[in-house]
Every structure is written in C-alpha cells, then in structure tokens.
Design a protein around this ligand. Structure first.
Ligand SMILES: CC(C)(COP(=O)(O)OP(=O)(O)OC[C@H]1O[C@@H](n2cnc3c(N)ncnc32)[C@H](O)[C@@H]1OP(=O)(O)O)[C@@H](O)C(=O)NCCC(=O)NCCS
Length: 86
C-alpha cells in the first residue's frame, strides 16, 4: 500500500491497514504476510503496531544505484487450531 507524500502522517495508513485487515479476517484469512524494505521505518512501525512479527530477512535483496538493501518478511497470524505435520 502507499499514499502520496502529502497524505502521509495523518493516520490514513492506519485506517487503510485496519480496513484491509478487517476484510481479510472477515473473509477467513488467518495468515497475512508482507515484505518491506529494511529502511522503511514508518511502514515497519505501522506493521509492528498492528501485531505483525518479523519472520525473516532477505539480505541485500535489492540493489538500487549501487546501494544494497535488505527486505524484511513480516506476518500477522491469527491463532487457530492447527494440525501440524508429524
Ligand atoms: C507506510 C504508509 C502507508 C503509512 O501511512 P501513514 O498515513 O503515513 O501512517 P499513519 O499516519 O497512519 O502513521 C502510522 C505510524 O507510523 C508512524 N510514522 C509516521 N512517519 C514516521 C517516520 N518518518 N518514522 C517513524 N514512524 C513514522 C506514525 O507515528 C504512526 O505510528 P504511531 O501512531 O504509533 O505514532 C505511508 O507512509 C506511505 O504510503 N509510505 C510510502 C509507501 C510505502 O512505503 N508503503 C509500504 C510498502 S511495504
């Protein structure tokens, strides 16, 4: 998701994510995952506040203008009964 720069920092991202997660949960999804550039502190902060957990890191996953950047993998999991593989 993304907002034009002039609309950021006003709570719209929070509202957008809340609506999206509500719709996802209402449709029965119990695992929602995303990827975010490691330098994107505003987005990471937002995702953490909604309960997304860090699950991994793709090291140097992007090289832009000679600059390498990691990509973080995050997920929000709703507890449910789970039959794990033996
Ligand atoms: C990420 C994005 C959608 C967030 O939307 P937003 O409307 O700016 O976010 P909100 O105003 O709802 O604020 C969400 C949280 O981020 C925090 N935040 C905002 N700017 C920040 C910054 N520069 N550094 C750290 N945290 C920041 C806010 O403080 C808020 O947390 P809080 O309520 O605990 O204080 C928006 O910044 C955006 O479109 N960014 C560019 C595209 C992008 O990076 N998308 C995500 C790709 S994974």
């Amino acid at each position: 998701m993304g907002l034009l720069p002039e609309f950021r920092g006003r709570g719209l991202g929070t509202r957008l994510l809340r609506e999206t997660l509500d719709a996802a949960h209402a449709s029965g999804l119990s695992r929602i995952e995303l990827e975010v550039y490691a330098s994107n502190q505003p987005a990471i902060h937002l995702y953490e506040r909604f309960g997304f957990k860090h699950e991994g890191c793709k090291r140097q996953a992007r090289i832009l203008d000679g600059q390498a950047e990691d990509i973080l993998c995050m997920a929000l999991v709703t507890p449910r009964s789970c039959a794990s593989a033996a």
